[in-house]
Design a protein around this ligand. Structure first.
Ligand code: NAD
Length: 485
C-alpha cells in the first residue's frame, strides 16, 4: 500500500489538513508505517459544519424518494468495490479478510435499510381528534449531525449513523478513528466519484480529541452519535448535554456468557471460541468471561483450551488466518498488562498468548489466544473491559449466581446463554440487565433493522444506533392540529 496522508472531505472537495499535528498510521500486522493522519483543528471541523449547514435546506427539501435513490447507487458501488475495501480494512485495522468482509456486509445492510426511508419516516394521522379537528404528526429533519467512531469497526460503525441521518434529510460530518482512517478514505473516494451526493451533504474530518471537542461544542450541530470507550462516551455525553444537543453514546463492554449444565458442548465451544477470539477480541460484543454453571465447568474448560490452541494467528490479509493482531503497540501493552494482572491476582493462566511470534511479522502487534480459569468477581480481569484475545472462566453453582455476577458488573452491553432449557433461557433474558442477548448464540449482534446499544455503563442516552428507533433521533416529530370547518 502507498504511503498516504489522509485528507478531509468537505463540500465535495478533498482537502489537505493544515494541522501541524500528524500521527503515523501503522499496519498492525507488521508495525510498518502505511500512512499519516492529520489531527484536524477546530477551524477545519467548522469548515465541514459550515458546508453541511449550507447544503442543508436544499437537501432537506429533496423528496425522500429521491434521497433514497442515492443509497441505491451507494449499495451498488459498495458491492462492486467490495474486495477493494476489504483489503484496505484488513491492512488498516489488522482484521482477517473474512472479518473485514463481514463488517462491510453489515455496512451495506444499513444502506439497504435506508433505501426504505419514505416508509421509515412516515408520521401518523387521525381524523376528528375533536369535532371537525384533525391531527397529523410528521417527522422533520433537524440540520447538521455528526458521528465520532472507534477503531474496531472502521467500515461499519460510521454506517450505523450517517446513512440514516442523511436519508432523513439531515446533513452530516463523520469523524473516523485516527487509528485506522484509511478505510473511510477509500469508501468516501468511491462515494465522491460514483455516488455524487450534493456538495456538503456528507463530509469527513480526520482527527482526535480536539476535533471531538470542536464537534461537541459547535453551535450548529444538532446531534452527535458516539461509539468508543465508556470514559470518552461520558465526556462526549456531558459536553453535548452542556450545548443542548441530541446525543447517543455507545461505550465499552464486559460480556458474560453463561453455560448451563445442559448445554450442547459440541455447538457451544466453537461459538464461544469465535465470540472470544474473533477480531482478536476487539469487539464490543466479544465474549470476555464464561460463567460455567455446575459440573459443565471441567469438560467446557478442556474443550475450550483444546480449541483455542488450534487458532491460526497471523496477518489478516492471508486467507487461512483465523486471528489477526491488535490495533497498536500501546493497545498490545494494555492487554498484556491485564494478563499480568490476572496472574498477580491469582487466576489460573491455562493458555498464555503473551509470547506468541508470527514468522516474518516480528514487528506486528500479535497476542495469542489466552485463557484464565479460576476467575472470580472482584478480580480486575473479571470486572474490566480488556478488549483483546483473553477469555476468563468462572465457576458458579446456579443460574441465579451467574445472573448476580452480570448484574453487579458496571457494563451492560451484551450477554449470552448456552442451554437446552427454555425455562433457563427465559429466566435469563427476563432478569439479566443487558440490552443485547443471545440464546445459543455467541455474538448477539442486532442487524440494521433492530436497535444496537447497551445499558448501564455501556450506553449514555436513550435512542440507540440504527433500526427503526434511530429515525426518531434524526428527526423532530411535529404535530399539526387542523380545523377548516
Ligand atoms: P476511544 O474511546 O479511544 O475512541 C473513540 C473515538 O473517540 C475516536 O474517534 C477518538 O478519536 C475519540 N477520542 C479518543 N479519546 C478521546 C478523548 N480523550 N476526548 C475526546 N475524544 C476522544 O475508543 P477506541 O479505542 O477507538 O474503540 C474501542 C472502544 O469502543 C471499546 O471500549 C469498545 O467496547 C467500544 N465500542 C463500543 C461499541 C458499542 O456498540 N457499544 C462498538 C464498538 C466499539
Amino acid at each position: 500500500m502507498d504511503l498516504k496522508t489522509v485528507r478531509n472531505y468537505i463540500n465535495d472537495e478533498w482537502v489537505e489538513s493544515k494541522s501541524r499535528e500528524m500521527l503515523d498510521i501503522t499496519d498492525p500486522a507488521t508495525g510498518g508505517v502505511i500512512g499519516r493522519v492529520p489531527l484536524s483543528t477546530a477551524g477545519e471541523v467548522g469548515e465541514a459544519v459550515d458546508a453541511a449547514q449550507e447544503a442543508y435546506w436544499d437537501w432537506r427539501t429533496t423528496p425522500p424518494v429521491t434521497r433514497a435513490r442515492y443509497f441505491y447507487k451507494l449499495k451498488e458501488v459498495l458491492e462492486d468495490k467490495f474486495e477493494d475495501i476489504v483489503k484496505v480494512t484488513s491492512i488498516d485495522a489488522g482484521k482477517t479478510l473474512d472479518e473485514s468482509r463481514a463488517e462491510l456486509r453489515r455496512a451495506i445492510e444499513m444502506v439497504e435499510v435506508v433505501c426504505g426511508i419514505p416508509s421509515l419516516m412516515m408520521g401518523d394521522s387521525l381524523e376528528d381528534v375533536a369535532n371537525n379537528i384533525d391531527c397529523v404528526s410528521t417527522r422533520q429533519p433537524l440540520g447538521v449531525f455528526a458521528a465520532i467512531t472507534p477503531y474496531n469497526f472502521p467500515t461499519m460503525v460510521p454506517f450505523w449513523f450517517w446513512p440514516f441521518a442523511v436519508a432523513c434529510g439531515n446533513t452530516f460530518v463523520v469523524k473516523p478513528s485516527e487509528q485506522d482512517p484509511l478505510t473511510q478514505e477509500i469508501i468516501f473516494e468511491l462515494i465522491a466519484d460514483e455516488v455524487g451526493f450534493p456538495p456538503g451533504v456528507v463530509n469527513v474530518v480526520n482527527g482526535g480529541k480536539d476535533a471531538v471537542s470542536a464537534i461537541t461544542g459547535h453551535p450548529d450541530i444538532k446531534g452527535v452519535s458516539f461509539v468508543g470507550s465508556s470514559n470518552v462516551a461520558r465526556i462526549v455525553y456531558k459536553a453535548c448535554g452542556e450545548t443542548g444537543k441530541r446525543v447517543q453514546c455507545l461505550g465499552g463492554a464486559k460480556n458474560f456468557v453463561v453455560v448451563m449444565p445442559d448445554a450442547n458442548l459440541e455447538a457451544t465451544v466453537p461459538a464461544l471460541v469465535h465470540a472470544a477470539y474473533g477480531c482478536a477480541g476487539q469487539r464490543c460484543l466479544a465474549a470476555s468471561e464464561v460463567i460455567a454453571v455446575g459440573d459443565i465447568h471441567k469438560p467446557l474448560r478442556d474443550a475450550l483450551l483444546a480449541a483455542a490452541k488450534k487458532i491460526r494467528v497471523g496477518p489478516g490479509t492471508e486467507e487461512n488466518i483465523q486471528m489477526g493482531p491488535v490495533i497498536s503497540p500501546e493497545h498490545k501493552q494494555r492487554v498484556l498488562s491485564y494478563i499480568d494482572k490476572g496472574v498477580e491476582e491469582g487466576a489460573d493462566l491455562i493458555l498464555d498468548g503473551r509470547g506468541v511470534k508470527v514468522e516474518g511479522h516480528e514487528g506486528g502487534y500479535f497476542i495469542g489466544p489466552t485463557i484464565f480459569d479460576g476467575v472470580t468477581p472482584g478480580m480486575t480481569i473479571a470486572d474490566e473491559e480488556i478488549f483483546g484475545p483473553v477469555l476468563g472462566i468462572m465457576k458458579v453453582g446456579s443460574l441465579d449466581d451467574a445472573i448476580d455476577v452480570i448484574q453487579k458488573n458496571n457494563y451492560g452491553n451484551a450477554t449470552c446463554i448456552f442451554t437446552t432449557s427454555g425455562a433457563s433461557a427465559r429466566e435469563f433474558t427476563y432478569k439479566a440487565e443487558c440490552s443485547m442477548m443471545g440464546i445459543n448464540i455467541g455474538i448477539a449482534a442486532p442487524m440494521a433493522f433492530f436497535p444496537f446499544g447497551g445499558t448501564k455503563g455501556s450506553f449514555f442516552g436513550d435512542i440507540k444506533a440504527h433500526g427503526r428507533e434511530v429515525i426518531d433521533f434524526f428527526t423532530d416529530k411535529k404535530v399539526i392540529i387542523t380545523r377548516w370547518i
